[in-house]
Design a protein around this ligand. Sequence first.
Ligand SMILES: NC(=O)c1ccc[n+]([C@@H]2O[C@H](COP(=O)([O-])OP(=O)(O)OC[C@H]3O[C@@H](n4cnc5c(N)ncnc54)[C@H](O)[C@@H]3O)[C@@H](O)[C@H]2O)c1
Length: 253
Amino acid sequence: MPLSPTLALVTGGTSGLGLATAGRLLSSGTVPILFGRSKERGLAAQEHLGGGAVFVQGDVADELDVTRALDAGAQRGELRVVVNCAGTAHAARVVNRSGPHALKDFVAVVTSNLIGTFNVVRLAAERMAALEPVTGERGVIVNTASIAAFDGQVGQAAYAAAKAGVAGMTLPLARDLAGLLIRVVTVAPGLFDTPAAEGLPAETRTALEAQVPHPRRWGRPDEFAELVGQIIGNRMLNGETIRLDGGLRMPAR
Ligand SMILES: NC(=O)c1ccc[n+]([C@@H]2O[C@H](COP(=O)([O-])OP(=O)(O)OC[C@H]3O[C@@H](n4cnc5c(N)ncnc54)[C@H](O)[C@@H]3O)[C@@H](O)[C@H]2O)c1
């Protein structure tokens, strides 16, 4: 692996895909900074990882919060990897029984998934730009979209718009940052078994799983983390959104 980072910022590293990624990074010798909104989840995640991680509470869409997380990292070493996993799902039809889709909900979903991701990218990339290149690169940024970016279902207008934004900005971000020797790659997961999916009724979970061609099951968070590791290690991966979905193409509903 060309880049062997000592430190990585993992937004949403306090649960699910982010926590699995943080665990994998830690086991390969990288200290993860877990950045998330919930203090309770953050402290639990730190304990789960055996104390090797640093938790910083904050919102990805808040400039000061992200700056605090980057400052916490700067005290511990060179930040060469950022994995953006923070995000929130939302389901509501554009017109429903109680009226039109609440605009504030649309704004909240776009803010946490898209604006938050961009906010972290811009602030982290500025810090990376000040580092000396190591074996030809300064750093790697991995963002998380969703297959909803391409196959948005009924009720997913806000979430699909936000994730399509994350996928859509991948190439221009990679082009913008190429001169600084920073790569940007996005992962678009299908169904992954995380706390975000735990609230679904058992029959819904089974019905969703039945739509995955192969392997016919929910993805495991460590399989997402494995891909992140491969992205960090493979220097030809850049400017691309990679579906990680067992061949799933979501139907309209
Ligand atoms: N689990 C899946 O099946 C699936 C599928 C496609 C995409 N995704 C995406 O993967 C990412 C991780 O999802 P997950 O399933 O692990 O969910 P999760 O809810 O377990 O983890 C998301 C974490 O992000 C944090 N977070 C949310 N908004 C934040 C904000 N504004 N600032 C800081 N932290 C914030 C939450 O507190 C939570 O700890 C999300 O972006 C999600 O949209 C998940």
